[in-house]
Design a protein around this ligand. Structure first.
Ligand code: SF4
Ligand code: SF4
Length: 85
């Protein structure tokens, strides 16, 4: 049985970050709009100019990338609203 100090020193279990944004690469023409306009700089470009979700933990689900993509290649999962009380 660990004492209190030992219990506090344990690192918490962290869940992998599931990106709220996804890219359909087969629809993407690598125009770079989403990369350029993401306010949180979530994307990097790969060697062909397609977006890579490099920093998913930064995404605020603002949907700017989804709205600006001319080829409907970006989907952003909406955040659930808290139920009204
Ligand atoms: S939803 Fe907003 S923050 Fe998230 S990747 Fe798109 S533009 Fe960036
Ligand atoms: S805006 Fe759309 S088409 Fe342009 S790079 Fe991003 S995902 Fe691809």
């Amino acid at each position: 049985m660990p004492n209190e100090a030992e219990a506090d020193s344990r690192s918490p279990v962290t869940e992998p970050v599931e990106p709220p944004v996804s890219i359909r690469r087969e629809w993407c023409k690598a125009c770079g709009i989403c990369i350029e306009f993401c306010p949180k700089k979530v994307f990097d470009a790969d060697e062909e100019g397609h977006p890579i979700i490099a920093r998913p933990e930064e995404c605020s689900s603002c949907q700017i990338c989804e709205q600006l993509c001319p080829d409907f290649a970006v989907s952003v999962r909406r955040k659930r609203r808290a139920p009204k009380s």
